[in-house]
Design a protein around this ligand. Structure first.
Ligand code: ADP
Ligand code: MG
Length: 231
């Protein structure tokens, strides 16, 4: 791509991350995790985020989701600068645009599988029972709708987390190792679903994975190392 074409592509991207930095306070002072991360992702595009354990992948996703504050740099989603919104504004942006699959699932223990699956879609005002049931079917959860998260295996909980994030048909899906607890065939089925959403609804997908095999199925790959993102 020529430089002007690339600049235009970045300008029109759904997600734009520029110069993002983040440190955590450790016992010996600040521990820099992100040291100037740049990233652009367009509608319909999928990116595999790779990198060693502790390289900052989850931190980057949390910042993009607006769940934590960056020290420097900017995150734009559409025309909104997420890094400048207050907590309320971030939450509204999250409901409107984002689907998030957390590494630790974050299911609501007091809600059934069915209600967990519906939760984000209801909050976004986009609940669609047929779509929820179709997702449950695709994710092998149809027989488990009345169960509670604690009655599920890790892999089943992970699939609920994926379905919950997809139920509102988000335009930007952030998924933190969404196949980490799944066997190969189930992991493939989950990725099929994510890529289908990307292809049919034009969603952008940012997925953390340790699997080179799964990463190869996404449009692009990038690796976090030393606090920076390299293609
Ligand atoms: P990854 O997801 O790539 O494994 P993380 O983003 O979870 O990496 O963590 C990056 C680094 O930041 C690690 O050294 C981790 O221990 C540290 N870290 C993550 N979250 C926190 C936190 N809330 N407080 C302090 N340190 C943290
Ligand atoms: Mg992580």
């Amino acid at each position: 791509m020529s430089a002007p074409a690339r600049d235009a592509a970045i300008e029109s991207a759904l997600l734009r991350v520029t110069g993002l930095s983040k440190s955590y306070l450790g016992p010996q002072g600040p521990l820099p995790v992100l040291r100037g991360v740049d990233l652009a992702l367009s509608a319909g595009e999928s990116l595999a985020l790779m990198g060693e354990s502790g390289s900052g992948k989850s931190t980057l996703l949390h910042l993009v989701a607006g769940l934590d504050h960056a020290d420097g740099g900017a995150i734009h989603i559409d025309d909104a600068e997420v890094t400048k919104l207050d907590d309320e504004g971030r939450a509204a942006r999250r409901r409107k645009t984002l689907g998030v699959v957390f590494q630790q699932f974050n299911l609501v223990p007091s809600l059934t599988v069915g209600d967990n699956l519906s939760l984000q879609a209801r909050l976004a005002g986009r609940y669609d029972r047929d779509w929820r049931d179709a997702l449950a079917e695709r994710l092998g959860l149809a027989a488990l709708l009345d169960r509670y998260p604690e009655q599920l295996s890790g892999g089943q909980q992970q699939r609920v987390a994926v379905g919950r994030a997809l139920a509102p048909r988000p335009r930007l899906l952030l998924a933190d190792e969404p196949t980490g607890n799944l066997d190969e065939a189930t992991g493939d089925a989950v990725l099929d679903l994510l890529l289908e959403l990307s292809a049919t609804a034009g969603a952008a997908v940012l997925m953390v994975t340790h699997s080179a095999r799964l990463a190869a199925r996404l449009d692009r790959r990038a690796t976090l190392a030393g606090g920076r993102l390299a293609p």
